[in-house]
Unconditional design. Structure first.
Length: 258
């Protein structure tokens, strides 16, 4: 079984390498051609020079078009992230009727040829008078990119143990409800602000005597002096309750301001 899985791994690596080489192949042609002269475009170039690069950087028209393209790309990427990030997380963590159909609909731009999408958008944009507009260009590119973001986010979220998220979320809520200053976040690291450095050190020592080890983080390693609580998927509700109650009791006994 081990030899078989090992051979499968090499097959996957080999196929992935071939795919990357296939995607990079046009660059192996275009990049050398770009160092040719301005008279002819040939591969391999008969004479190497920087003529094409000089023409590009000395042309106001080319630089204007490049800046405009970069701006549109940034807008499309931002819009795709705003849609794809929550969508990928929600589709992974929730179950509801019609979910499979919705996933197919959201990922459909990946399955349809680009030419078909472009023609459909063009005909649709004609009715809305969006052809040649910034909004139309940004929406079209964001629509095409969003499925890739959803797929990437979903794959990443699936590898995160859901229990870890629940434990960290529960701990944040419990500590906040007891008056502790907890920095916002979604990671399994729960930082509790204890501004006084001496209080923080005494608190960590007292918690250790209670059988709870928590790392202190002191300035300038962070913007605040912190009690750095690390959650794991092995932690249970009982662990969270014990930590919160012990932390509250010790902080009250040491008269530590929260």
């Amino acid at each position: 079984m081990k030899d078989r899985s090992f051979s499968r791994g090499w097959i996957v690596v080999g196929l992935a390498t071939l795919m990357y080489l296939y995607l990079l192949f046009p660059s192996f042609i275009i990049v050398p051609i770009s160092f040719g002269n301005r008279v002819e475009l040939a591969f391999p170039p008969q004479h190497y020079s920087l003529d094409l690069y000089r023409d590009y950087f000395n042309s106001a028209d080319w630089l204007t078009v490049t800046g405009r393209s970069a701006l549109y790309a940034a807008l499309a990427a931002s819009l795709a992230m705003l849609v794809g990030l929550p969508a990928g997380y929600a589709l992974t963590r929730t179950t509801f009727p019609g979910k499979r159909l919705l996933v197919m609909l959201l990922l459909s731009p990946m399955m349809v040829p680009v030419v078909v999408i472009s023609l459909g958008l063009y005909l649709y944009y004609l009715k809305l008078s969006l052809t040649g507009t910034v909004i139309g260009i940004v929406l079209a590119h964001a629509m095409y990119v969003t499925p890739f973001i959803i797929l990437t986010i979903s794959a990443g979220v699936e590898n995160i143990d859901e229990r870890l998220e629940k434990v960290a979320g529960q701990l944040r809520r419990e500590l906040s409800s007891r008056g502790f200053s907890v920095l916002e976040g979604i990671t399994p690291i729960v930082p509790v602000v204890i501004e006084n450095e001496e209080d923080l050190c005494h608190l960590c020592k007292a918690l250790l005597e209670e059988g709870i080890y928590i790392n202190p983080v002191l300035r300038p390693a962070a913007a605040h002096n912190l009690l750095r609580i690390s959650c794991t998927a092995a932690h249970t509700d009982a662990h969270v309750d014990r930590l919160v109650s012990t932390l509250e009791r010790v902080a009250k006994r040491l008269n530590i301001t929260r």
